[in-house]
Design a protein. Structure first.
Length: 207
């Protein structure tokens, strides 16, 4: 058992995860909580190096899956678990559901392989709450291109992003106790309000 809470944000391109993760962390800090904000792939020096490798190359699909997994194993062992054990709240931009959707649903990696690797990388760091920011791909695309940092995943065609959206919604339907879907197409402050509502519904935190 850990004292801290582990919250993950998931969603497609331009869904506003990173902004909302930061805003939530600020809000929790203002309430006196110790918060660690992190992201995947990344979050550790090794993880950030792996992130660069993945985004700069086009690894073979199984290689890519294993690189994400390696970054996660390091992240959980050296950052997430120690932070939770010390009683921190951990807010993470992308986690296991991104692997299930991008590598499982989209890239066709064997679900048994995904499950077993997930158990070994993440079983002791299971999110208390996953907030899925749901945005129509066309809206997400406009936001991501305005931001000017489209990565090679973002540059895929709209049908690919429709499947990503569907993948996250399927997970939310399968795991309603862990996941809450939030309409990410609204304004930043409205979405932040929904995030606070989700926190207070789940944890009784008047965030
Ligand atoms: P990032 O810039 O973080 O994307 P975004 O701004 O949309 O969050 O790039 C990370 C990319 O890696 C993103 O397109 C999704 C992908 N990804 C996976 O395919 N599998 C994973 O397990 C994770 C964590 C990310």
């Amino acid at each position: 058992m850990t004292a801290g809470k582990f919250i993950t944000f998931e969603g497609g391109e331009g869904s506003g995860k990173s902004t909302q993760a930061m805003m939530l962390a600020d809000r929790l800090r203002a309430l006196g909580k110790n918060v660690v904000v992190t992201r995947e792939p990344g979050g550790t020096p090794l993880g950030e190096s792996i992130r660069e490798l993945i985004l700069a190359n086009r690894p073979a699909l199984v290689a890519e899956f294993l690189l994400f997994a390696a970054a996660r194993a390091e992240h959980v062992a050296t950052k997430i678990l120690p932070a939770l054990d010390a009683g921190n709240w951990v807010v993470c931009d992308r986690y296991i559901d991104s692997t299930r959707v991008y590598q499982g649903k989209l890239a066709g990696i064997d679900p048994h392989l995904i499950d077993i690797v997930e158990k070994h990388t993440s079983k002791n760091a299971w999110p208390s709450l996953t907030l899925i920011l749901d945005v129509p791909p066309a809206t997400g695309r406009v936001r991501a291109s305005e931001r000017g940092d489209l990565n090679r995943y973002d540059a895929e065609k709209i049908s690919y992003h429709e499947q990503i959206r569907e993948g996250f919604l399927e997970i939310a339907a399968r795991e309603p106790r862990r996941c809450i879907v939030i309409d990410g197409s609204k304004s930043t402050s409205e979405v932040a309000g929904s995030v606070r509502g989700a926190l207070s519904a789940r944890f009784g935190v008047e965030a």
